[in-house]
Design a protein around this ligand. Sequence first.
Ligand code: HEM
Length: 131
Amino acid sequence: MTDTTSGTPAATSTTSLFEQLGGEPAVAAVVDVFYDKVLSDPDLAPYFAGVDLDRLKQHQRRFIGQALGATRPYSGRSMRKAHEHLAITDAAFGRVVEHLAASLAQAGVDEPTIGTIAEALLPLKPEIVTA
Ligand code: HEM
């Protein structure tokens, strides 16, 4: 797509990853695929027992959206507060990131962009992994 008035390509550095991906509907689709994968993983499903999935998906859409540069802010709990009661292991964290990367790949996001997103999530590990 090209902006014919200025001749500027749509995907410049001023276009956020969020917009490049396709905005809110695209992020919602990625989050749905992501939780299908997580809940089908026998090592991860027990962490989500009794969790209100609709609410969780809502928060995750906002969280990922913000991480990708959407303007609508994330207003949920801090990553430490949201996860401290779950005794999450290092291995579980790694698998969750793998499932997220696979979900993004399935949505057509290219490898370098997935790498950028995964790197942005890595600093959260000490707040999320408590076991
Ligand atoms: C990159 C890593 C992760 C990110 C960005 C992330 C993000 C989030 C967000 C935004 C919420 C909602 C917080 C709220 O409700 O206020 C949440 C909740 C939750 N996360 Fe994660 N998470 C990550 C890793 C993990 C891992 C590794 C697990 C388990 C293996 C996990 C399990 C959960 C569970 C069970 C909840 C619901 C907690 C509850 O409502 O009691 N998360 N996460």
